[in-house]
Write a new protein. Structure first.
Length: 219
């Protein structure tokens, strides 16, 4: 009869499993990830793995949940920091990029893979909603205080798409080591997005068109 595990042993065991699963999912692909491959790397039997998780999908769901929550905690910390919304939105961009470079496997697991039937895993659904909220909430304040004429959700998704695309190119080694640098491209993209969204002052008798400004936001 198997020895009962303590709560601490279960938590430690699940953490070890998630760390292996995160790396294997990125290196091998989700299709080649298996209970057997995880157990083999841990030096366990596949049977021992089932004491912690019911199946591979549950492992993936919890592993992605943990990665999403790490990203959210990082972004929430900088959004609660000092400075005006322009400074804090730049900090959001800095923190997002730092997370991607420092935790590339977690980043790829969050954004490079999708998981069907997310509703079967309430924790994953909640973590996904939290992360999406943290990737967009600052844009509402930018629009309100920065005199921008654009839908906040659209602005946030434009920022997110351009930054994720740049990071993906960097991770794939597709950016030249020569100029322009990653940061130069990043800051110029943000500058032009914000510039195009700045509100132009109304001229007497004019149409009230928008005039691009020059102040940068998230970078």
């Amino acid at each position: 009869m198997a020895t009962l595990l303590t709560d601490l042993q279960v938590a430690e065991g699940r953490d070890r499993i998630r760390r292996v699963a995160e790396r294997q999912a990125v290196e091998r692909g989700i299709e080649r990830l298996s209970m057997h491959s995880i157990a083999q790397e841990l030096g366990w039997s596949a049977t021992a793995l089932y004491r912690y998780y019911a199946n591979k999908d549950e492992i993936l769901a919890e592993t992605r949940t943990a990665a999403l929550d790490q990203l959210s905690a990082t972004l929430e910390a900088v959004m609660a920091g000092p400075g005006d919304i322009w400074a804090r939105s730049r900090a959001v961009g800095d923190a997002y990029v730092a997370f991607a470079w420092e935790k590339p496997d977690a980043y790829k697991l969050i954004f490079a893979f999708s998981q069907p039937d997310i509703g079967r895993y309430p924790s994953l659904a909640a973590a996904s909603a939290r992360a999406r909220r943290n990737l967009t909430v600052y844009a509402c304040e930018l629009v309100q205080t920065g005199d921008l004429d654009i839908d906040p959700d659209l602005l946030a998704h434009i920022f997110w798409a351009q930054l994720h695309g740049l990071i993906s190119l960097g991770m794939a080694g597709q950016l030249s080591r020569d100029q322009p640098s990653f940061e130069a491209i990043r800051h110029e993209m943000v500058r032009r997005i914000v510039q195009s969204a700045r509100r132009r002052p109304r001229e007497p008798g004019g149409s009230g068109e928008l005039e691009p400004g020059v102040r940068a936001g998230k970078s």
